[in-house]
Ligand binder design. Structure first.
Ligand code: ASP
Length: 439
């Protein structure tokens, strides 16, 4: 049995958190590959080391002094080393980074040092080998992960290293430089490592005991999700639930490896399991509720639309020509609605409208703005009678007017459009009807 364990920034923010991580790794012999993030926030208002590094880069680039944030970074690591009572120093490493900042600052290289240094500390603390991801995570000339090359190199490296620390967040660009993933990218590194050795589990340790059914900023103390499928997760993250880095799913999903989200501060909690498919029923009919504000609905009407071959294509072409991506497209017999992001659409609005007129000759076009979309996601919904009915009666009782409904044929989710101002109320009403009533 082999497990890959990734620890987020809050799990490694100081020596106290490092010790918890050490206990977790040592408690299970199968936790053989460790992927650390950079030290995160220790308290509200604190700054993540990655953000301090970006600040150093910005200052260095503009020729200003970066001494203050750089000192802060060094002392964060020194405090951790001291707190762990390690006979080890990062002084030489700090000197290399400082020199780099002074001479040829490169944003990706600087940002990656948070994980690099934390990886060095972690390897020393656990007595594991250190593997620098520049030797085994590769990006192609378009800046995309070179999956084939990476998997081969990572596998070869891990085969000869029974226990290792692989820092998250970065790899090697096609021209041999350090390149980072987008923010939160240590999740992706963990997934690559797990995929390469076909781990039994990819444990992703954070500061919450798994994903929550709804956003805790909207619903107070929402229930946790025990098991979620990759598809459900995709729907929820697409609709704004901040969960894993989006690209962290693919490397493990290919290999059928489950992800277990766990809490470093409560290691005995089960957390959330993310799996390909499952016969485990959700605790509730819905698995999760998520949503986003600020969409626009473009309602296009034309008599006998449904018998006109190619009408939809012409309308969609008008959006495509203007580089606008489409979110949803509910349609009626003589109407179709195209839902788009307000910010993307606003500037190009009149160009799109005239293109639709030119290409599809509709009877009318109406635009509605300030629309929020809510996704109610659940693999259990398709086998439950009355799910949609309950959602809409809950919304009616909460005095929320439903402006749009879209349900895919997979019945994995129902998308509901409401006014921006009703967004929070609508989520609370849906949550209450499915979770608080416990049915
Ligand atoms: N340290 C990086 C960030 O703050 C990457 C990560 O934590 O996953 O985005």
């Amino acid at each position: 049995m082999k497990k890959v364990v990734k620890f987020g920034g809050s799990s490694l923010a100081d020596a106290k958190q490092f010790k918890k991580v050490g206990d977790i790794v040592r408690a299970d012999e199968s936790r053989v590959y460790v992927v650390p993030s950079a030290p995160g926030k220790r308290f509200d208002g604190d700054t993540k080391v990655t953000d301090l590094l970006y600040r150093c880069y910005d200052l260095a680039k503009s020729g200003a002094s970066f001494t203050d944030p750089f000192r802060e970074i060094c002392s964060r690591y020194n405090e951790i080393i001291r707190g762990l009572e390690l006979d080890f120093s990062l002084d030489d490493e700090f000197a290399v980074i400082e020199e780099h900042l002074k001479t040829e600052p490169d944003s990706d290289y600087i940002a990656s040092r948070g994980e690099y240094l934390n990886g060095r500390v972690m390897a020393n603390y656990l007595g594991f080998e250190f593997i620098d991801p520049v030797t085994c995570i590769f990006f192609d000339e378009h800046g995309l992960l070179d999956e084939y090359k990476t998997k081969k190199a990572m596998k070869a490296k891990l085969m000869e290293t029974p226990k290792a620390v692989v820092p998250g967040f970065y790899g090697c660009s096609h021209d041999g430089r350090v390149k980072t993933f987008s923010r939160g990218g240590s999740d992706v590194t963990g997934s690559i490592v797990a995929g390469a050795i076909r781990a039994d589990v990819y444990e992703n340790w954070t500061d919450v005991s798994g994903f929550l059914v709804a956003d805790p900023r909207i619903v107070s103390e929402p229930a946790a999700i025990k098991t979620i499928t990759y598809k459900e997760l995709r729907e929820l993250s697409y609709m704004g639930a901040s969960v894993l880095h989006e690209d962290a799913i693919f490397p493990v999903r290919h290999e059928g490896i489950p992800i277990n989200i766990k809490n470093t501060n409560c290691p005995d909690d089960t957390g959330t399991w993310i799996v390909e498919s499952t016969c485990q029923k959700s605790g509730y009919v819905v698995t999760g509720i998520a949503g986003k504000k600020d969409f626009c609905a473009v309602l296009i009407s034309k008599d006998m639309m449904n018998s006109e071959v190619g009408f939809c294509r012409k309308v969609l072409q008008a959006f495509e020509e203007n580089g606008i991506s489409i979110e949803h497209m509910p349609s009626g017999i003589d109407t179709m609605t195209v839902v788009v992001h307000e910010t993307e659409f606003m500037d190009k609005e009149q160009r799109v409208v005239s293109a639709i007129h030119r290409m599809a000759e509709p009877d009318s076009i109406e635009i509605e703005s300030d629309l929020a979309l809510i996704a109610v996601v659940g693999r259990g919904m398709k086998s439950q009678r009355g799910t949609a009915g309950r959602i809409f009666s809950a919304l009616a009782h909460a005095h929320v007017n439903v402006r749009m409904i879209d349900q895919g044929s997979s019945e994995l989710n129902i998308i509901i459009g409401v006014a921006n101002k009703d967004f929070e109320n609508a989520i609370r009403a849906i949550y209450a009807i499915f979770v608080e009533t416990q049915i």
